[in-house]
Design a protein around this ligand. Structure first.
Ligand SMILES: [Zn+2]
Length: 480
């Protein structure tokens, strides 16, 4: 009861009952439109810093153009929308309040037409026009009012609110807004698609692609004995069996009685021909248990069977069964010192009792030590003006001596790229190929440089997962 009163009071005090642009209904919002837009504006540089913009002006302009066409037909056509392709292998798209919309090159690779890309952008525009981020933030804050009240009435609340939003939004932005909001966005996206001259059913195509991707990721994770990662738009049921989804798409179809026969497949494929697939040279390329970094000019090799995860700020390596972990990161070198002194001064390790090493002639130091009570090893190697820090820890059930010896070996194997390795540090790229009679995904997989299950990946890229074969004359996406 008291909570209810507080919420009402707050709403009146801030006079922030706003009219929702989509529903036309008045609802409580803890933030004005100006505040909402300023959050997007503040967070945009942070998103770009974390993910990086994909370096292809022609592709960026194409995505911006398609996005603007949709936005012009949206419920908030007064906003200026910015669409950015981010340099990430994640399969994702997300929106910041105020009209900042992002799609990863990882997702673009799997889409089959301009209409499908428009379906993704339209869905994200829907999150913006329906103010889902604001509603999510309002719901989350209403649930923890005590905490929020404190910050809302403190002078200089801007940064405080911003930080809260970062926490609440960051989560929702990347993982979706819950079934109701997602469905609402699908409906809005379908409407904008229809009004802009695309077939709203393209959204179903996108969801099928995401579903296939999710099935594959789950199968792969299961085979490797780990938890699958979930992403934005993942759902329990199959999109084709989702009756509510079909309803909203059918409703939108009435808005476009003479839908175009062309879904813009050729134009779309032309723009993604040559796009980087998988790791980019700027992030470093994983090849099995090996890692090659062209821009930083180094390579190293982890023990056989270890799985690498490439994060923006570090490289993670995980032993089979998750029994040991390692991470490689780099820090600027700022003053003349030895790797051992660096370990003491910058890493805060007291009296490391290890040994000097010189992998490929580079200065280094490596020591066994306890990390949070577990057996671990830290190695520091100087290369150019960076200190590379390789830290590993053995977890429960690991042969800690074997892990320790293997990680010492990994540190000793660190080296600048050799001439014969330079090609390995170049990324894979999407290419187009016209299918000939008798072409099969199995045959295409044989000639592919794709790591892992190449056949499954080619099927996913071409909308034929888990089965089906190309027909002669089909334009296929392959990876070279
Ligand atoms: Zn969504």
């Amino acid at each position: 009861m008291r909570k209810f009163l507080t919420i009402t009071g707050l709403c009146l005090t801030l006079a922030a009952c706003a009219t929702n642009p989509v529903s036309g209904r008045r609802e409580m919002a803890l933030m004005s439109e100006a505040q909402e837009i300023s959050i997007g504006r503040d967070m945009h540089p942070k998103v770009l810093q974390q993910y990086g913009q994909y370096d292809d002006p022609a592709l960026q302009a194409y995505v911006q153009g398609v996005g603007e066409k949709l936005a012009a037909h949206s419920h908030r056509s007064n906003l200026i929308y910015r669409f950015t392709v981010v340099d990430s292998t994640d399969i994702n798209a997300f929106a910041l309040p105020g009209g900042y919309i992002y799609i990863t090159r990882g997702l673009l690779a799997y889409l089959g037409s301009e209409a499908e890309m428009a379906g993704v952008l339209g869905h994200e525009i829907g999150h913006v026009t329906a103010r889902h981020a604001v509603r999510q933030y309002t719901a989350a804050t209403a649930a923890q009012l005590g905490m929020t009240l404190g910050s809302i009435f403190v002078p200089g609340l801007g940064s405080n609110v911003g930080q809260n939003v970062m926490g609440v939004l960051g989560q929702a932005m990347l993982s979706g807004y819950g079934r109701e909001h997602e469905l609402e966005s699908d409906g809005l996206g379908a409407e904008y698609l229809a009004r802009a001259g695309y077939d709203p059913q393209a959204i179903l195509g996108v969801l099928r692609t995401l579903k296939a991707q999710g099935d594959y990721a789950a199968a792969q994770a299961k085979a490797e004995g780990r938890q699958p990662q979930s992403y934005h738009g993942l759902f329990a049921s199959h999109p084709d069996e989702d009756t509510r989804l079909k309803e909203v798409l059918t409703k939108a179809s009435f808005l476009a009685p003479d839908k175009p026969a062309d879904n813009g497949r050729d134009a779309f494929l032309k723009h993604i021909d040559g796009m980087v697939f998988g790791d980019s040279a700027a992030q470093g390329i994983r090849r099995g248990n090996r890692f090659y970094h062209r821009d930083l000019n180094f390579a190293l090799e982890f023990p056989p069977g270890w799985r690498l995860e490439n994060r923006p700020d570090r490289l993670l390596a995980i032993a089979p069964g998750g029994k040991a972990q390692a991470q490689l990161s780099s820090q600027d070198l700022n003053q003349r010192e030895t790797p051992r002194e660096f370990m003491i001064r910058r890493l805060g390790i007291k009296n490391p009792a290890g040994e000097e090493i010189s992998p490929a002639g580079l200065p280094g130091y490596t020591a066994s030590l306890k990390i949070q009570g577990r057996p671990g090893r830290v190695s520091v190697i100087f290369h150019r003006n960076q200190a590379y820090v390789l830290a590993s820890v053995a977890l429960d059930g690991a042969d800690s001596q074997a892990v320790d010896a293997a990680m010492r070996q990994t540190a000793l194997g660190f080296h600048p790229l050799r001439e014969d390795e330079k090609a390995l540090a170049e990324p894979l790229r999407l290419r187009l190929k016209t299918a000939a009679a008798g072409d099969s995904f199995a045959a295409l997989a044989k000639g592919s440089r794709l790591p892992g299950d190449a056949q499954a990946q080619l099927r996913l890229l071409n909308g034929h997962y888990p089965q089906g074969e190309p027909k002669p004359g089909d334009i296929l996406k392959i990876v070279e």
